[in-house]
Design a protein around this ligand. Structure first.
Ligand SMILES: [Zn+2]
Length: 131
C-alpha cells in the first residue's frame, strides 16, 4: 500500500519567483484536448483558473448517488509546486504516482463492479424466489 498523503493540501498563493512554464499550442489534431481560454497551460485537466498558478488540481471526477451530489466514488489529480512536484491521480483516498498504477486499480474496480452486478442479480432473484 502507498503511504497516505493529504489529497487536498492548503492553498499556497505565495509567488515562487520562477518563470512561467512552457505554454503548449492548442492542438488542432485533437481539438477536444485543446486548452480553453483561461485554462491551465500545464495540466489540461487542471481546473485552477488563476493566471500563473503553480499548484494544479482537479477534483471534478465523481459518480454520485441519485441526488446528484452525494459522492459514491471520486477521482482527480493534484500536482504541487515546491519541493515535491510529483503529480498524483487519486481515486477516493488512494493516490497513484503513474498511469500504470492507476490502470491496475481501475482494472480491479471494473472486475469488482462486474462482481457487484452479479451479486445484484443473485440477491434480487433469491428475494423474488422467497415469495
Ligand atoms: Zn493548473
Amino acid at each position: 500500500m502507498m503511504a497516505h498523503r493529504l489529497s487536498v493540501p492548503p492553498v499556497d498563493n505565495k509567488p515562487t519567483g520562477r518563470a512561467l512554464p512552457y505554454i503548449p499550442e492548442p492542438s488542432s489534431e485533437h481539438p477536444e484536448n485543446a486548452a480553453a481560454p483561461g485554462a491551465c497551460p500545464v495540466f489540461r485537466d487542471c481546473t485552477e483558473t488563476a493566471p500563473g498558478h503553480y499548484d494544479h488540481c482537479a477534483h471534478n471526477r465523481k459518480v454520485t448517488e441519485d441526488d446528484g451530489t452525494t459522492p459514491v466514488l471520486t477521482a482527480g489529480m493534484v500536482a504541487l509546486s515546491g519541493e515535491d512536484q510529483a503529480a498524483i491521480v487519486y481515486i477516493r483516498n488512494a493516490e497513484f504516482a503513474d498511469a500504470a498504477s492507476v490502470h491496475a486499480k481501475t482494472a480491479e474496480l471494473r472486475r469488482f463492479l462486474d462482481e457487484v452486478d452479479a451479486l445484484a442479480v443473485r440477491v434480487f432473484a433469491d428475494h423474488e424466489a422467497r415469495g
